[in-house]
Ligand binder design. Sequence first.
Ligand code: NAD
Ligand code: LMR
Length: 326
Amino acid sequence: MSNTVKVAVTGAGGQIGYSLVFRIASGELFGPDTKVVLSLLEIPQAVKALEGLAMELQDCAFETLAGIEINSDAQAGFDGVNWAILVGAKPRGPGMERKDLISENGPIFTGQGKALQRGAADMRCVVVGNPCNTNALIAAKNAGDVPFNRFSAMTMLDENRARYQLAAKAGVDISQVRNMTIWGNHSATQYPDFFNATIGGKKATDVITDHEWLQGEFITTVQKRGAAIISARGKSSAASAANAALDHVKNFTRPTEDGNWFSAAVPSDGSYGVEEGLIFSFPLRTKEDGSYEIVQGLAHNDFAQEKLAKTQEELKQEREVVKDLL
Ligand code: NAD
Ligand code: LMR
């Protein structure tokens, strides 16, 4: 074993946490040669449940799991972490939009942002708890000197959903669908960009000739998939969200395959006319040195420009609501 990575998971006692922590501990995330110390965080009332979770983790006898810490205090829980996966937040119920959670969930991320200053020098943070883009902005703005580009929010679940829909419509294996960008907010205004997606190396719009479906049902299905799952299950997505969180961390920790990219919400540097500093989902590539870049030069027609403007506007409105927390 060559190195050890410390991973904090907040809300580890919740439904996403239960689907997530075993896969992190198993070695799936960082490989068989990296040991993992799990730092599990919960509110005080749920710490007892974490003790049970820790017993189950021990009982898996994962050879990559080097330790388990349990905390309800973020300062202690984030001490020395390399990755912080911030899941702990209330989920929405039927009939709600994710931004309706902002007043209740936003304040969680001020204290956690401050505590993230105790992370390792290379600390990176992904926010899953909704509304995740704006919660990531709150955490980043409270994290003192921690570089802004260490913070991201998860739109990987949306990308995976979009890839599935395109593959099913085209009747191809999902591995054929590449270059699928989610632009903007993890919300019903997100723009799943089929124009720049590829299927089997060809433009998706050449493979799927039903453009009415692409511009209509495809986009709304992806935008509203979270709500559809809540309506069907009575609870929000959990295993697919945990799976996407793993994909997100893998995408940031491994060089991206040639010609492809992945989606995540990161601080805008002004690319594509998006206001600098908004946490906006872009197409990204991870370089050999471990840093990431926003893929440049993708074309946007009037249809796409309108979608980008709408999702950007929503993020500005969310930022306005939480301005006292920034
Ligand atoms: P859940 O209610 O099952 O679990 C959330 C857990 O967080 C609870 O155990 C709760 O006690 C804990 N918690 C609350 N405040 C905390 C705090 N300050 N510190 C530590 N823990 C805290 O919810 P869930 O289904 O696991 O979903 C968690 C969040 O993830 C929700 O906000 C949900 O909307 C969001 N989500 C995001 C995506 C995405 O794609 N970005 C996907 C699915 C769910
Ligand atoms: C999702 O996309 O499944 C999550 O953000 C949960 C939700 O509220 O939809």
